[in-house]
Design a protein around this ligand. Structure first.
Ligand SMILES: [Zn+2]
Length: 94
């Protein structure tokens, strides 16, 4: 739905992914699967009291049903302040 809207407005997917989407990789503690998580800066983040942004996201891989709870915090300029994930760990892109 949103994607269709963006296309209508003339935003290319490519330009979009470059500056508005953050990509994280988390490894499931249970099965070891590395799941790629895309966080959209303007859709997935909520404002906090200090003008920064945060995100709570539940990540589920395809190999098992274990849920990973990802938490991210950013300052008002989208610089990452904090990251944590329960049930998994952050890894670099393979
Ligand atoms: Zn798993």
């Amino acid at each position: 739905m949103l994607r269709r809207l963006w296309r209508k407005l003339g935003f290319s997917q490519r330009a979009h992914s470059d500056d508005a989407v953050l990509v994280y990789h988390v490894r499931c503690n249970k099965c070891g699967e590395v799941v790629r998580v895309r966080i959209h800066k303007y859709n997935d983040l909520s404002l906090d009291d200090e003008g920064g942004r945060f995100c709570h996201k539940t990540v589920v891989g395809s190999r098992c049903y274990a849920r990973m709870q990802m938490t991210l915090r950013f300052d008002p300029h989208f610089r990452e302040l904090e990251r944590s994930v329960q049930g998994g760990e952050f890894v670099d892109a393979a």
